[in-house]
Design a protein. Structure first.
Length: 91
């Protein structure tokens, strides 16, 4: 969290932190962290969409997960093929 607060975090720090909050049951905080990653200028910022989709699936919010997965597919972002496969499973 200190690295995130200083604004000098790598994408991996955002991801690790967001996943940690998922495990703690703090979905809102996790979503905020993944949104921050998406809004960052980091080269791996697009990974935030993938992890948000996983967050929504874990939270039993299939509608939001589908939205994120479709966004990944439409824009050929990180894990496009996995997003297609996951979307097929959900539907």
């Amino acid at each position: 969290n200190k690295a995130l607060e200083k604004g000098k975090a790598s994408a991996n720090v955002y991801i690790y932190s967001g996943l940690s909050y998922i495990q703690l049951g703090e979905q809102k905080k996790s979503e905020e962290i993944f949104d921050s990653l998406i809004d960052s200028d980091l080269i791996d910022a697009e990974k935030g969409y993938w992890y948000k989709a996983l967050l929504y699936l874990k939270s039993n919010n299939a509608q939001k997960a589908k939205k994120e997965l479709n966004h990944i597919i439409k824009n050929s972002l990180y894990n496009t093929q996995k997003a297609r496969e996951l979307l097929e499973e959900i539907n």
